[in-house]
Design a protein around this ligand. Sequence first.
Ligand SMILES: Nc1nc2c(c(=O)[nH]1)N[C@H]1C(S)=C(S)[C@@H](COP(=O)(O)O)O[C@H]1N2
Ligand SMILES: [Mo]
Length: 412
Amino acid sequence: MSDKDESPTRVPSPEELDRLFAALREGALSRRRFLAAAAAASGAAALGACDTGQQPSDTSSNPERIWEKDPAPFIQHGTNLETPAELIRGTITPNELFFVRNHGPTPEVDPATYRLRVEGDAVTNPLELSLDQVLELPRRAVITYVECAGNWRGFFPETHGRTATGSQWRTGGAGCAEWVGTPLRGVLERAGLSDAAAYVNLMGLDGAEFSRPMPLDKAVDPDTILAYTMNGETLPRDHGYPLRAIVPGWAGSNSVKWVGRIVVSANPIWVRTNTESYVLTGPDWPREQYEPAAGGPITELTLKSALALPWPAQLSPGRNLIRGFAYSPHAAISRVQWSADGGATWADATMVGPVLPRAFTLFEFDWDAPAGSQHLLVRATDEAGNTQPDDVPFNELGYLLNVPVPHPVEVA
Ligand SMILES: Nc1nc2c(c(=O)[nH]1)N[C@H]1C(S)=C(S)[C@@H](COP(=O)(O)O)O[C@H]1N2
Ligand SMILES: [Mo]
């Protein structure tokens, strides 16, 4: 497994990864072997996959056809697919590698009969639009990451000595893409909002009937769009074909997939996803304050940075080029620091590639790794002056964790 004459953190070229995906599709490479090969191409020694205790997937791991995409490269959590962080190698996450957070199986929506309906007590001119009509509306392209509010939840035992309820994601519940669609604002304007309009609920066509309300202010932000392409391709089914919301900087649950209905109301709209889930609960969030929700509904995400290495990683002693990615919902990343001594001393990493607000920003640094069990810490700062905190209060459902978590590295 350890091919020591290769730099252990070499990032696979887009061509290499394309070749692997092509071989996988043609059946020239088994699904089981794909993960090992992809990890080997990134110098990752397939550890990320092995150490989850999960089998690399084969067809039997997608029994009810939960996803359209091939689950092989991913770490699976029920109906969700986590991107192995060592495969993050650019600002843009390829569609094949983009994480999937599904409350049920990916639905098949017929574009011919698809309709987007806009209605509610604060709508003066209820609308029904066909897909063709949506595609004719003004276009806007947005490069932004989408992140599940529960990303990093799997670190709570380490940071707080307690397990939070839900899928135990490490750092791969986020991805960054270029989305093209039409601003939600324009659709709402066509539907004519009354002065009282205050809340907007986006509703999915999946069997889980997933929906998530947001305040009007965010719905009319010019960058909140209804997207129909992802990285230049028709929106993939797993990511919401034919139409999904993209709500930059806010918890992924707001970016409702397979949107079929939009309800605008003068009053707060309470559904499961803003009363029972996607709320901050626990001793630090007194319930009474948020009735009828069990805690404060999550809106904006938190600033984070992560290493593009398997968990745990295996490296050779001596000089290693370490890479990672950072992102903030507030502003562009301005600084990334790293520490190999538990945070006693920090050095600056170098940012590489585009530095865009609300997008993955890549960084790298050289580490002269001593033999033995080591830990690496990274910490990002954004242009708005936010830095990853040393400590955050616990919340029972395990959202928004962003304290720097020591990344285990075996150096041998
Ligand atoms: N209709 C619908 N939309 C949905 C979901 C869902 O299960 N159904 N999951 C949400 C959650 S919790 C997240 S984090 C994002 C994930 O987007 P992705 O699967 O495209 O990565 O989709 C959101 N939109
Ligand atoms: Mo999510």
